[in-house]
Design a protein around this ligand. Structure first.
Ligand code: FAD
Length: 450
């Protein structure tokens, strides 16, 4: 690639990874980042402290040869452990043996990618707030949050990777005629709680699981950290429900709530009321827009397709934006008009699909995940996949353990669900598992189909 320049707005997860790609391709890269350098602070940027990292993330990291730099702090989670209201546990593997999604620290992954981008020559300008973009001429305007000094930067390309509330999207793209935009807040918010490690540094819950306390209209989840702690997140309506954040006003309310609905968690963390205010109550939105590119500018990651976090795919989808843009660079060379056109045509349906999948999965996680029929259905699906891995991949595996387009997975998943539910209505699948007849039954099903 030639000696071209690019400005990336946002040194978050997607911007800092995209900088690695561009510098590898020989671009001179400047990143403009609103915050100060998180490598010098402990602040977790007010967002979730750890995230679930899966196949699409690995694919992007492998494309630039940096997967080993993430592996050493990624904790595999092989399944979900459900905690019912009596403290009974049920375990459900996510996929086939050895398949896992990974709990990674948001700060650590971001720090390492910034380091790698800088090692390849990218320059990161911290405390610089993007205030506008000239789409046609490739100019980024920004203002230093400490000195108040305004500056601008001209480059061949600009990438808006500045997150859900993207300034690039607001200040520039929305000036376009027929720019489509929608922002939908769900009625639930979230609050994080850090469950500390045992005194000897071990985890208080099994380490290699994502823990869920499904309670119908709300849920608590916990992801492991390397230091023995768990980052837990309570998702619940803000108001207008029996269990809602606005009902937890006092220490007594908080204690009573946890004692009543999450008794096993309360036993692990009787000091919950002290930690309640440690993290803010935050909202969750789905943001859709189109087009994603214009002139010299493209939106990537949450700036293009912010979603709710219930499939653990927002970041992974943003990383996939990078690997797709990268493969289009291999295809079109430096014809950025062609790259941008194909990028938005390919990726917009994927952004929409990941949003739809994420919304659907909230219902699964907070409610049906505890249902015996659901657990049986998942067991049945895993068995079909085990026997016929080329013919049947359950939806969760398509999303989390493959690079199959989200849109394709979403459609296939709907059909699979109908098919499996019909089979379960007609046949006693549980008895077949108990009598070791399940394999014969599945062989018969597949033979009848082919
Ligand atoms: C509670 C929660 C849990 C989640 N869990 C998961 C998960 O398990 N797995 C998963 O894949 N995804 C998860 N996500 C989604 C994930 O956090 C996002 O998809 C991901 O952070 C998007 O990365 P990004 O780089 O596009 O945006 P961000 O990470 O938001 O980064 C944007 C960057 O741009 C900077 N910026 C913003 N405005 C400006 C400006 N005007 N000028 C300059 N810089 C600016 C910001 O400071 C930031 O550094 C979760 C999200 C939430 C809220």
């Amino acid at each position: 690639m030639g000696n071209k320049s690019a400005t990336i707005v946002g040194a978050g997860l997607v911007g800092s990874l995209w900088a690695v790609f561009l510098t590898k391709a020989g671009y001179s890269v400047n990143i403009v980042e609103l915050r100060s350098d998180l490598r010098n602070t402990d602040i977790a940027a007010g967002k979730s402290i750890n995230l679930a990292f899966s196949q699409r993330g690995w694919t992007a990291f492998k494309a630039v040869g940096i997967e080993d730099q993430i592996k050493d702090f990624a904790i595999p989670m092989y399944g979900r452990t459900m905690h019912d209201a009596e403290g009974n546990l049920t375990y459900q593997p996510y996929g086939q043996e050895g398949q896992a999604i990974y709990s990674v620290s948001r700060g650590e992954i971001n720090r390492r990618m910034m380091d790698i981008a800088e090692q390849h020559g990218a320059q990161i300008r911290f405390n610089e707030q993007c205030t506008g973009v000239d789409l046609e001429n490739g100019i980024t305007f920004f203002k230093n949050t400490k000195t108040g000094i305004s500056s601008e930067l001209k480059s061949d390309l600009i990438f808006g990777a500045d997150g859900a509330f993207s300034a690039v999207r607001y200040r520039a793209m929305q000036k376009l005629d027929r720019f489509q935009y929608s922002q939908h807040y769900i009625e639930d918010g979230y609050r994080e709680i850090l469950l500390p490690a045992n005194e000897d540094g071990t985890h208080k819950l099994s380490k290699n699981s994502l823990h869920i306390w499904p309670r119908g209209r709300f849920m608590l989840i916990a992801l492991p950290n390397e230091d023995g702690s768990f980052t837990c997140t309570l998702f619940m309506p803000f108001e207008n429900h029996e269990y809602a954040f606005d009902r937890l006003k006092t220490r007594t309310d908080v204690e009573h709530f946890f004692q009543t609905v999450f008794p096993d968690f309360y036993q692990l963390m009787p000091e919950i009321a002290d930690a309640w205010e440690d993290h803010p109550l935050s909202s969750l939105a789905i943001i859709r827009c189109y087009p994603w590119t214009h002139g010299k500018v493209a939106l990537m990651g949450d700036a293009a397709h912010a979603t709710v976090p219930f499939y653990g795919q927002g970041m992974n989808c943003g990383f996939e934006d990078c690997s797709v843009m990268w493969s289009l660079m291999q295809k079109h060379g430096e014809d950025w008009d062609a790259i941008f056109r194909e990028y938005e045509i390919l990726r917009k349906p994927e952004g929409d699909a990941v949003q739809n999948l994420s919304l659907d999965n909230y219902l699964v996680m907070r409610d049906v995940v505890a249902d015996p029929d659901f657990l049986l259905q998942k067991r049945f699906e895993r068995e079909i996949q085990k026997l016929y891995p080329d013919k049947y991949i359950p939806l969760y595996s398509q999303v989390s353990f493959s690079d199959i387009p989200y849109s394709q997975a979403f459609e296939a998943g709907k059909k699979q669900d109908v098919w499996i539910k019909e089979l379960m209505a007609k046949h006693d699948i549980e008895a077949m598992f108990n009598n070791n007849e399940i394999a014969d039954f599945i062989h018969g099903l597949i033979a009848a189909q082919s």
